[in-house]
Design a binder for this molecule. Structure first.
Ligand code: ATP
Length: 213
């Protein structure tokens, strides 16, 4: 997805699209041809106006009394998210988290194919993990340029995250999926999506202690 697209459409709406898709896949499996906005909003516990707005970013508008045609809506969301074509990605840092991501087969369904991994640990370099070869980090730039890889995944310890981001930037990586709890400095034309598990967990635990104090 281009940076313009992310800027133009509200990020919370984009974040909700995979949840709509999951529900739509269920409906498709049950051969349901159409679905109303209210049905979707009830199922996902969202406001119907919000659902209408979210789905409109894909270019699809529901029809009065009918709602949305399920296959058409699935197609529009998948196209919007770029899930029709798989993008190839390189992962750096084959520790516990990196290994888990390499091991997860469903990213392909979401348009992401991790094709190789990189590390500095000589014990790991040269080995194959889940069918993906682990290369020395020094080879990142050369391989990324040769293979035209545009997505980089960072799963190294936080103190090394910026150094890896710099390598990715030099290799012309355009989108970084950052799992390291570190703030990255990148040029304007590079997209960074942070997945900070500790922040997410902080929200969960604070809500829990608020509710059950
Ligand atoms: P493990 O016990 O396998 O090291 P871990 O998840 O505890 O797992 P971390 O210390 O978080 O390990 O490091 C994650 C991975 O990142 C490790 O495989 C480590 O070798 C790798 N790594 C650390 N620094 C760099 C770097 N500068 N470049 C590439 N890989 C790195």
């Amino acid at each position: 997805m281009s940076k313009e697209k992310v800027k133009k459409y509200p990020v919370p709406s984009v974040r909700r699209l995979p949840a709509y898709l999951r529900f739509l896949y269920e409906l498709k499996a049950k051969d349901r041809a159409a679905v109303s906005c209210t049905h979707i909003s009830d199922e996902l516990r969202l406001d119907p106006t919000q659902v209408r707005k979210d789905l409109a970013i894909t270019g699809i508008v529901g029809k009065p009394k009918i709602g949305y045609m399920v296959p058409e809506l699935i197609d529009a969301i998948e196209k919007f998210l770029g899930w029709h074509d798989c993008s190839e990605a390189f992962l750096v840092g084959v520790g516990n988290l990196g290994g888990a991501l390499l091991n997860y087969p469903d990213f392909k369904k979401h348009g992401l194919n991790i094709i190789a991994a990189f590390d500095i640990d000589n014990e790991k370099i040269g080995k194959t993990f889940q069918g993906k070869e682990i290369f020395p980090i020094e080879k990142f730039q050369n391989l990324a340029s040769r293979m035209h890889v545009k997505i980089g995944i960072i799963t190294v310890p936080p103190k090394h995250a910026q150094e890896i981001a710099n390598i990715m930037i030099r290799a012309d990586i355009k989108a970084i999926w950052n799992f390291a709890p570190a703030t990255l400095n990148v040029p304007e034309n590079v997209i960074v999506e942070n997945v900070h598990l500790a922040s997410s967990l902080a929200v969960l635990s604070s809500r829990l202690s608020e509710l059950y104090k």
